[in-house]
Design a protein around this ligand. Structure first.
Ligand code: SF4
Length: 1007
């Protein structure tokens, strides 16, 4: 239940003036509509900021002299973060080019709004040094020598290498490694068609910690908060400046606050978000779970919990059976027991751990408790990705949602899958039956997901090799910790056979590729995207807008690169063409999945699927879209091409309470167990052996309900799965507090050590794709070290002074920014700055110059000898000549410092998350230190990798399993198959040799 609040005089005055919405009638909360309609920011007719969709192809704007410009306005979706906001591109009909980009008011997630990075897409398109043609290496890898090739040459060569690996049963030597996906299941389908287990992502340097914590509760591994309807919001992040689903979430947090909701922010840094909050809790990094458990303790002590929800929807009986079998199995006994379990987590204890005062912790706890089912929360990276044991932070945060009964409620926090579009795909291939141990090795059965950050060390240990390695919008040399180990791996052709970089921009990883293939920015390619931005489900259509414009004008376009600048292509068509050539005669069973679902071919030659047919199929299988399009006298594909987005449903709340047909209970093979779990078939031998599909629902008050997709169908307060894999202490089986690797006990403050928080970004930074945007780089282009005044005084440093920051594997040199906006004893530094290109003095011979996005990449001199790497900036940012006269007006010289290069690998032994926080020593720079200097010892980083690896509890788990079957993993092998499907440690791995951890070598695979 939510609490009542009194409006202040100022609020009442603001409401009477129309500055705030009238909360007495709740008008701003009630944005109801029918499914398929768009939640507009204002009623039709009032919205003068955007042209009416009916006029988009004949839109005219007048400049200040009264001259008209005729536009065709074509929608697409932003690709500059994961939020997938809608964009409108304004194509000047006279020049045929994109003149400007604004928000798409038809998009239900972003509702016409964008952050700075959306409109800046136009800079990326006009980047004077963008890659416009396919390039092939023309010298040693990493030498900077390139030659231009045709798409045909590149496709044939790559397909030939892949075919050789697949035919030789080395299919798992093909790996697709993605940074920014931006699509819904497109690549899952392609990789499955190849029959390999080749998906790798960036998740373990991003969100694996948060995912593991949420996943243990209910399999769903992401939160979907209903901020706009919340009465109290708790963020462990900086949503209002850059957090996850930045713009769609930020606008809804503000709506919730305008409606009287309050905001608390946990962050050692006074972020712009914390500055807007009602409560700022500047925690010692790593202490967050202790603070959250103290809040749980207060909620339990003050009887603020939702007894109905906890009793009916939490596996408390199993907890008592397994951990306290001698106690009475009653709900009251459970509550008493968990009061005891968490008794030590008093506000005073949390205050001692976190440095936040106990009264504030208690007050926020009471606010959370009284908000009840209107309590919304979020964490994605932040503390969950900074700390060893960070997965317990999201798990304890969700514990507050469970205690308050706010799971999936209006104003609460739902599982993400309730608000995510699930497309029906054409010609779906079966799932692969292999398990790739280079992606998910036996040491990490709970990882969410692939251990991507450890790939260089796995290769160094001899666990396998890569025959064809695709990196797609992925730049580990710059983005990942210890990028020099990535360079060592990528330059070793024994370890990485063919490296194909699919990228819209030059980047530090593409410099070490064999092929650099230019892929489109958001208005230059196809995708669909759907994200859980609020309590509804939408899908947006990213499309190549110049192609759509050409087609509106009656032109035929066969491939997207015909309409894009140069020969810039798109992934969708590239993968269709590559897969077709990989299996030209159809004998590998791959080609059939790329045949047209609508057309027959010629004789024995089937018709190849077009990208229009692919999306037509998906859209025609979404009933609400079919209906909406028909109302407009359009096909579903025409509707999406014209409007760019569609709302599949809204106000999806409390889906776990959906009733099941009672007749389900009459089936012979359906049973209800002692926990009320309704199950089809035999009860699995372990919780880990259940993939969730055997669980049909749960009995609640004598009625069958949908429940959650876990082994009990309930919220898993207690994780039997953890216990089955040897993590059987209470610290692991229930939400708890694990001391981080940067806990004060592990930091030698006496001798000058500090904690570095490197997990935040500036709102204008796009991982490694901002450096081609003149507007974004002009706004922010450096990342000084934040130091509190006390620390700066202690170290004798002032703002602008150079300091040396020593990590476990090296150091970097950067400027200091002295501020009160950081907790004393903590240093902070934004990532996503300090991009670099290599100084190429001898490169005049090459017929293609390697580019470098000169708005944001500094030029460096790179040296290496026996695992020791040094980097020195030899040229900063400067004006340059190009077709864009702005390039000669560049006034900044600073490009920042690439700190991630100096970070040691820290894989969390359970979630697999790279624990970003670093123990560092900061001191004034030495006499021969220069701004941006970097030094790293990769031999030491390898040793640290091995130290962290030793903390794992490797598979096998119950029955020889590699991983609990019910936990999520992208593109998992089929769980209902036998031992030949890869789920078991002795199952097929698709490589010639098995890794032997004892010998640091491979041994013959006995199979
Ligand atoms: S939040 Fe900004 S960068 Fe992210 S999708 Fe929206 S407009 Fe693009």
């Amino acid at each position: 239940m939510g609490h009542q609040y009194e409006l202040s005089r100022i609020e009442k005055l603001a409401e009477s003036l129309g500055l705030l919405s009238d909360r007495s009638t709740g008008t701003s909360k009630q944005r109801q509509g029918t499914s398929g309609a768009v939640n507009r920011i204002a009623a039709p007719g009032e919205l003068s900021s955007y042209p009416d969709p009916e006029t988009w192809h004949e839109w005219v704007e007048y400049d200040s002299t009264g001259e008209p410009t005729e536009y065709s306005v074509v929608p697409t979706a932003c690709f500059n973060c994961e939020a997938g906001c809608g964009l409108l591109t304004y194509i000047d009909k006279e020049t045929g080019s994109i003149r400007k980009i604004e928000g798409n008011p038809e998009h239900p997630g972003s509702r016409g709004r964008n952050c700075a990075k959306g409109p800046a897409t136009v800079n990326q398109i006009n980047d004077p040094q963008r890659i416009e043609h396919p390039l092939k290496r023309d010298g040693p890898r990493g030498s900077g020598q390139w030659t231009r090739v045709s798409w045909d040459e590149a496709l044939d060569d790559i397909a030939g290498e892949m075919r050789e690996a697949i035919v030789a049963d080395r299919g798992n030597e093909i790996t697709y490694h993605v940074g920014r996906p931006g699509h819904e299941e497109y690549m899952d389908r392609v990789i499955q068609a190849w029959g390999v287990d080749g998906h790798n992502s960036h998740t373990n340097i991003c969100s694996a910690g948060a995912r593991a914590g949420y996943g243990l509760w209910h399999k769903y591994d992401r939160p979907s908060p209903d901020f706009a309807n919340a009465e109290f919001i708790l963020l462990l992040s900086a949503h209002l400046e850059s957090g996850h689903y930045f713009n769609p979430h930020a606008q809804r947090i503000m709506e919730g606050m305008q409606d009287g909701g309050q905001l608390a922010v946990v962050d050692p840094r006074l972020s712009n978000t914390a500055a807007m909050a009602d409560f700022w809790l500047p925690t010692q990094p790593g202490s967050e779970a202790a603070v959250l458990l103290a809040m749980a303790n207060v909620i339990l002590d003050e009887d603020l919990y939702d007894a109905e929800f906890v009793r009916n929807w939490v596996n408390w009986e199993q907890f008592l059976d397994e951990e306290f079998p001698d106690r009475e199995r009653s709900f009251d006994s459970y509550i008493e027991t968990i009061r005891e379990v968490y008794a030590g987590f008093t506000p005073e204890f949390a205050a001692a751990e976190s440095g936040v005062d106990a009264d504030t912790i208690e007050t926020v706890a009471q606010k959370v408790g009284t908000a009840g089912d209107r309590f919304a929360s979020h964490i994605w990276r932040s503390a969950a990705s900074g700390n060893d044991g960070g997965w317990q932070v999201s798990r304890t945060l969700h514990f507050l949602s469970v205690l308050t009964g706010s799971v999936g409620t209006k104003g609460g926090t739902a599982p993400n899958a309730w608000h995510k579009f699930d497309p029906h795909l054409p010609n779906e291939p079966p799932r692969q039956r292999l398990w790739d141990e280079l992606q998910l090795p036996p040491e990490y059965p709970f990882a969410h997901y692939e251990l991507s950050q450890l790939l260089p060390y796995f290769l160094k240990e001899g666990r396998g090799k890569l025959s064809v390695y695709f990196t797609r919008v992925f730049n580990p040399v710059y983005t990942y910790p210890d990028g020099f180990s990535w360079i060592e791996a990528l330059t070793d052709e024994e370890k990485v056979g063919m490296h194909v970089a699919l990228t819209p921009t030059w980047n530090e990883t593409a410099y070490f590729a064999d092929y650099v293939l230019p892929m489109g920015h958001s208005p230059e390619r196809h995708d669909i995207q759907s994200q859980e931005t609020h309590a509804g489900t939408w899908v947006t259509y990213r499309q190549p807008v110049l192609r759509e414009y050409a087609e509106r004008e009656g032109e035929d376009v066969e491939f997207t690169y015909e309409a894009n600048p140069g020969e810039v292509w798109e992934e969708d068509e590239f993968w269709i063409e590559l897969s077709w050539r990989l299996d030209e005669d159809g004998t590998l069973g791959i080609r059939e999945h790329f045949e047209s679902p609508y057309r027959d071919g010629d004789g024995d030659d089937p018709a190849k699927m077009t990208v229009d047919e692919y999306y037509r199929y998906i859209f025609e299988h979404e009933d609400n879209l079919v209906e909406l399009a028909a109302e407009k006298d359009m096909t579903p594909l025409e509707y999406m091409k014209h409007h760019g987005a569609f709302e599949a449903s809204e106000n999806d709340y409390e889906l776990h309470r959906e009733p099941l047909d009672e007749s389900i209970l009459d089936a012979d093979d359906v049973t209800v167990d002692e926990y009320g779990t309704i199950r089809r078939g035999e009860k699995p031998s372990s919780a880990s052996a259940s993939d969730g599909s055997d669980v049909l629902g749960v009995m609640v008050d004598g009625e069958p309900k949908r429940g959650f997709p876990t082994p009990t169908g309930k919220q898993q307060f207690y994780s039997r799965t953890m216990a089955e894999w040897g993590w059987d202490d209470l610290e692991y089986t229930v939400p708890h507090y694990l001391k981080s690797h940067v806990h004060p006990e592990n930091v030698d403050y006496e001798n000058g050590e500090m904690v570095l928080v490197p997990t935040f970004r500036l709102p204008t930074a796009i991982h490694s794709r901002s450096s081609n945007s003149k507007w974004l780089e002009e706004i922010s282009h450096n990342n000084p070290v934040w130091l509190h005044t006390k620390d700066a005084d202690r170290l004798g440093l002032e703002t602008g002074d150079l300091c040396r920051v020593e990590t476990e594997i090296g150091y970097y040199v950067n400027e200091v920014w002295v501020t009160e906006s950081i907790k004393p004893g903590i240093a902070a530094m934004s990532h996503h700055m300090g991009q670099w290109k290599i100084d190429r003095p001898d490169n005049d011979e090459s017929d293609v110059q390697e580019g470098g996005d000169p708005y944001g990449k500094v030029t460096v001199d790179l040296n290496t000898e026996a695992g020791r790497w040094g980097m020195r900036q030899v040229e900063g940012i400067h004006p340059f000549e190009s077709d864009d006269s702005d390039s000669e007006r560049v006034w900044w010289t600073d490009g920042g410092v690439a700190q991630n290069l100096t970070h040691a690998p820290h894989p969390d032994p359970i979630s697999g998350m790279h624990c970003w926080h670093q123990k560092v020593t900061i001191r004034p720079a030495e006499a021969d230190d220069y701004y941006g200097d970097i030094y790293v010892d990769t031999e030491r980083s390898f040793e640290i990798y091995r130290e962290w690896l030793a903390e794992t509890k490797p598979a096998p788990g119950p029955d020889g399993l590699r991983r609990p079957k019910w936990l999520k993993r992208p593109i998992a092998p089929p769980t209902d198959s036998g031992a030949d499907a890869g789920w078991f440690v002795d199952g097929p791995i698709g490589r010639p040799g098995r890794w032997d951890p004892e010998s640091l070598s491979t041994t013959a695979d006995e199979e």
